[in-house]
Ligand binder design. Structure first.
Ligand SMILES: Cc1cc2nc3c(=O)[nH]c(=O)nc-3n(C[C@H](O)[C@H](O)[C@H](O)COP(=O)(O)OP(=O)(O)OC[C@H]3O[C@@H](n4cnc5c(N)ncnc54)[C@H](O)[C@@H]3O)c2cc1C
Length: 1023
């Protein structure tokens, strides 16, 4: 074929251009150029159509073995088919026939393929999954040359013989240069099983998942035969589609034996004999497939779209849990209606979990929340998931987009409380700099996100200095030089970000090169000296300085000890690391800008040793112990990664804004939501690579009259001012929809109280069985409730516990949380000197506050309505709080009663420090008199009790903590160690690794993606 020496420099350039293509997935122009360079013949390149007759053998090998089949730049992606620690590899022994632009071709090919592979790009948005083919042996030159020089495939010449004698076909492949067979495949037909349409095999739906991804190849393999060991990208994507939906397709279960010889390259499949049963008995069993196929031209990976042919049956997915994580996973699977039949099972009668809220019909339909909730400006995945829920719920006429457009308020008033010389002051966060790029939203590819975040931190420090200058003109003038120096340093970082994007695989040292830590240290310490000398500096200027000090210390710490990913710092406590890097905070001083990260993530010391486990809430709780990487990332994202504004409040209640559209979307998309179902056990079978989930035991808490999935959960009464499309969630179940509803009403049975679960005479066991009721399970039950589930994975008393699960459940701390909401008859402006929207770092145990006054509009108060609603939230008892039946059946009620007293004491001690406005009464009783109530006049204490006070001790609602060392214990969504069991929840490993809706929704997206390859785009922090 090739007559003259090809121009490899030109080939390399064309391959790079083809790999970088974004607009057009498979451009013909560059392909034609490659065709010309390598003299590949034929007319202009186009898609190629043909047929394949192939025997498929799936091997399940240890993951570390399979990694040896991948070139650098690629890694194994999460997959739903075999337990984590193992990975499928398949071998196709095929006869291919193509009639295409390059002429007619008829050849034998043995292909080794690794499905579920992704580009190792920590800054990319989980690119992949793809099929990588480490080796293809062919017995014909034309398809071999084309494959190598046009598609970058690892094709090699081989002698291939295929002989059939009776029911047995032997396929012998001897690679060029080998003296003994490289692979010998012996395939035996199974008596009585001839070729049949794919729907004849239930297992075909499982195994076909392995083929339904685009292939990925090294672009530079077109010019360099040693690309496998030489380059980490760039990559081509190509669609190789087996058109199994076309008439004439047949599948035939066969038994297979592969003998792998020493000459198979690259290493990764150890030499030896592999025997596999047929597809009739095994999910990944062997089979012969005859069908049409087509192959596109290669193109860039960024815009690749794989057109999956319709499946012969839908895979059944049981999603367990009803919080944001489980609902997000269910949403993205349910959107693929042709592929997945989604059934969600959750405790009780509301979705939302820790994001639950409800309306109290006896108290003006007021909104009562599980705790204060808001979205931060960097919640890319959470906003995407909520938007997709609106679009799924209201697909027509732009209504979904319109409702989503109104769903969030940008919060203009963000700040912290600062305690200086024992006096509390409110300090507003200065306006965000717009100079920093948002680390997640730029579209540059290489490893620079950490750099951009650090550049953002420096820019933010400049903001603080500018604000100090404004606040304190004398100091401001002295700090002008410092600002210039910081601006220079930020520009410096920005240019190394530019340089980094040009490098292939930048190391952390590359990234952090070009800016001297010493300069920043000198600057930080000079500013500290100036501030410390000024005895009369205002608290606000002091606060601004603590912000500069913290931001600079983070940048200095990362310059002195470069990391690739902040998770490397997760063994440290955040404050300890900052202090070790020279934070100016001394002794008992506490920078509120640091505390706010602890408080937002409810990070608290474990209860002191010897504390009686069932004792009521501690008054004295201390913020401490927060994994440094988690906290630094949070801090950098909060400071520099915001979309528009640092924080957003919900337009309506939390659940009405985010859970109602999720529920309506699931309903619209045909998912079955089974309320009143608590998971009580997981049944596993097999071991090693055959360990699978085979059953899910449930407690059906109540029988729904119209059928298990027919409960209508939302409030039916139209509430004034509320959007009719978005009903809210009720406080009590609709008893009329339940068999024995009257019993539940009379006994005021609490479906969310785990201490009462065994006291429900109407509960019945239910069992979901693999095959009949599910093919795959997504476990979205929260960490705190996992120990209540009987299984080797979750039960603390199981005879044969799974070590990784045990370490995770025992090792990650959780905490109870306590919250209250106050409705007041005066506007906030009479109680507060200046507006306060969202803040934290106030007095324990209720440091976090939000002004949720706009929600009054959606409640149904008689005139005169309350004028102000204040929410307070905090953590109390962290570590391992009691689980039922510990502490007796009335433990939640006792804690709730104790909480009323605590709120009274806390408010009495702190209201005057918080409310610094002209109209704040001097006496606490007078303050309580401002509380809104309905009905007859009450005592001040009763007025307080009439408010919404909630001490949440339920296992399901325990907040997941990120104490130092905890990140390493988290399991990824596809790391259950059990085939068919995928995980989601804010306790699984994501880029956030902390308890927040961004982590929960990210995990739900990643769980759906591990199963279905969608959603294709999941935002990553990149550092
Ligand atoms: C007081 C408080 C305030 C918070 N504020 C914020 C905030 O402002 N911003 C933010 O981003 N995050 C906040 N969070 C964190 C956020 O609420 C959680 O990260 C998020 O709800 C976790 O979602 P999830 O789906 O993983 O779990 P969950 O929300 O806990 O949902 C779990 C679901 O599983 C169900 N379930 C439990 N056990 C079983 C079982 N055995 N069988 C079947 N179903 C079961 C539950 O009923 C629930 O539906 C706050 C948390 C708390 C506690």
């Amino acid at each position: 074929m090739q007559t003259t020496r090809p121009d490899l420099t030109r080939a390399e350039r064309v391959a790079q251009a083809l790999a970088a293509a974004t607009d057009q997935t498979h451009p013909a122009g560059p392909a034609a150029e490659l065709q010309d360079i390598f003299d590949l013949g034929g007319s202009l390149p186009t898609d190629a159509h043909g047929t394949i007759d192939t025997r498929v053998t799936v091997l399940v090998l240890p993951a570390e073995q399979v990694r040896r089949l991948l070139p650098s730049g690629l890694e194994l992606a999460p997959q739903p088919v075999v337990p984590s620690g193992w990975h499928p590899v398949y071998v196709l022994s095929s006869h291919d026939n193509f009639s295409a632009w390059f002429g007619d071709m008829d050849y034998e090919e043995m292909m080794i393929a690794v499905p579920y592979v992704q580009i190792s790009e920590p800054y990319g948005r989980y690119p992949g999954p793809y099929i990588y083919m480490p080796r293809l042996y062919l017995n014909a030159a034309v398809p071999r040359e084309l494959g190598v020089h046009l598609y970058g495939w690892e094709k090699q010449a081989a002698t291939i013989t295929s002989t059939t004698a009776g029911a047995e076909t032997k396929y012998v492949v001897t690679a060029e240069g080998a003296t003994a067979p490289t692979v010998t495949g012996t395939f035996r037909e199974i008596a009585g099983l001839g070729p049949q349409p794919p729907r004849a095999y239930a297992n075909f739906t499982i195994v076909r998942q392995l083929f339904e991804q685009p292939t990925i190849s090294q672009a530079l393999h077109v010019a360099f035969p040693d690309a496998f060991t030489r380059f980490a990208g760039p990559f081509f994507a190509t669609t190789v589609l087996y058109q199994v939906d076309q008439p004439g397709t047949t599948v035939q279960a066969i038994e297979a034996e592969l003998v792998v010889g020493e000459s198979l390259t690259p290493p990764g499949i150890p030499p030896g004999t592999y025997r596999t049963p047929g597809l009739d008995t095994a999910q990944l069993g062997s089979f012969r497939l005859q069908c049409k196929q087509f192959v596109t031209l290669p193109g860039g990976c960024r815009s690749v779209n794989f057109p999956r042919p319709p499946a012969e049956r839908r895979l059944k997915v049981a999603v367990l849990g009803g919080g944001p994580a489980a609902c997000t996973a269910a949403l993205y699977l349910a959107r693929q209606r042709d592929r997945y039949e989604v059934s969600l099972y959750t405790t009780g009668f509301r979705l939302g979990g820790k994001c639950q809220s409800w309306r109290n019909p006896a108290k003006a339909w007021r909104i009562e929340e599980h705790g204060l909730h808001a979205f931060l400006g960097f919640y890319h995945n959470a906003f995407t998931a909520v938007q997709d829920a609106y679009l799924g719920a209201f697909p027509d006429d732009g209504l979904g987009q319109a409702l989503y457009g109104q769903a969030f308020h940008a919060e203009p008033y963000n700040g912290v409380m600062v305690k200086r010389d024992d006096v509390w002051s409110y300090c507003a966060t200065p306006t965000l700099s717009t100079s920093a790029k948002s680390p997640g939203t730029d579209d540059l590819q290489s490893g620079h996100a950490l750099l951009l975040a650090m550049e953002g931190a420096l820019a933010r420090a400049v903001d603080h200095l500018a604000a100090i200058g404004h606040e304190h003109p004398l100091l401001g003038r002295t700090l002008t030089d410092a600002r210039q120096e910081l601006e220079r340093a930020a520009a410096n970082l920005r240019s190394s970000a530019g340089a980094a994007t040009k490098r292939q695989a930048p190391t952390s040292a590359d990234l952090l090169d070009g800016i001297a830590a010493d300069v920043l240290i000198a600057l930080r310490d000079t500013i500290a000296a100036i501030v410390r000398l000024d005895e009369h500096i205002s608290t606000y200027a002091w606060f601004l300085w603590t912000g500069v000090d913290t931001l600079l210390t983070i940048v200095i710490g990362l310059l002195r000890h470069p990391v690739r990913n902040l998770s490397e710092l997760d063994g440290w406590d955040f404050r300890e690391w900052l202090r070790a890097n020279g934070l100016a905070e001394r002794g008992d001083e506490r920078w509120s800008v640091v505390d706010q990260v602890y408080e937002t993530l409810f990070a608290h010391q474990p209860a002191p040793a010897g504390r009686p486990p069932c004792a009521p809430i501690d008054g004295e709780v201390h913020a401490a112990s927060l994994a440094c990487g988690v906290a630094t990332r949070w801090f950098l994202l909060e400071s520099t990664g915001a979309l528009g504004t640092p924080a957003y409040r919900f337009r309506y209640s939390c659940a009405q804004t985010i859970m109602t559209p999720l529920y309506l979307a699931l309903e619209k998309l045909g998912a079955k939501v089974n309320f009143f179902h608590t998971v009580t056990g997981l049944e596993l079978t097999g071991s090693g690579e055959e360990r699978r989930i085979c059953g899910v035991r449930l407690q059906r808490q109540a029988e729904v009259c119209a059928g298990p999935d027919a409960y209508a959960p939302l409030i039916r009464e139209p509430l004034p001012n509320n959007p009719p499309e978005l009903p809210d969630w009720p406080m009590d179940p609709d008893y009329a929809q339940l068999v024995d509803g009257e019993w539940f009403r009379e006994h005021r049975f609490d479906f969310f109280d785990a201490w009462q679960a065994d006291a429900n005479p109407h509960a019945r066991p239910a069992l979901l069985r693999a095959g009949a009721d599910f093919d795959l399970v997504v476990l979205g039950v929260p960490l705190g409730a996992l120990p209540l589930i009987d299984s080797p994975l979750t039960s603390p008393v199981h005879a044969d516990p799974d070590p990784a699960w045990r370490r995770m459940i025992d090792g990650i701390a959780v905490t109870q949380t306590m919250s209250f909401q106050l409705w007041l008859n005066v506007p906030s402006s009479s109680l507060l000197a200046e507006p306060r929207g969202l803040l934290t770092a106030f007095a324990q145990p209720e440091p976090s506050y939000g002004d949720f006054t706009p929600l009054i509009t959606y409640e149904d108060w008689p005139d005169p309505k309350p004028q102000y609603v204040a929410y307070f939230t905090g953590a109390s008892y962290s570590g391992k709080p009691p689980l039922p039946p510990q502490c007796g059946p009335d433990y939640p009620q006792r804690m709730q009663a104790a909480w009323s007293g605590k709120v009274h004491d806390w408010l009495s001690a702190n209201y005057a420090a918080f409310y610094d406005g002209q109209g704040t009464p001097r006496s606490f009783d007078r303050f309580l008199d401002l509380l809104a109530v309905e009905g007859e006049v009450r005592t001040p204490a009763q007025r307080l009790e009439w408010q919404h006070l909630i001490a949440d001790v339920q296992p399901s609602n325990l907040y997941v903590l990120s104490q130092p060392g905890a990140t390493a214990l988290r399991l990824g969504q596809a790391e259950s160690g059990v085939g068919g069991l995928i995980l989601c929840g804010d306790w699984t490993r994501t880029d956030m690794n902390c308890g927040c809706v961004e982590a929960a929704t990210s995990s739900g997206m990643l769980a759906a993606r591990a199963i279905s390859n969608e959603p294709a785009d999941v935002w990553r922090t990149g550092f």
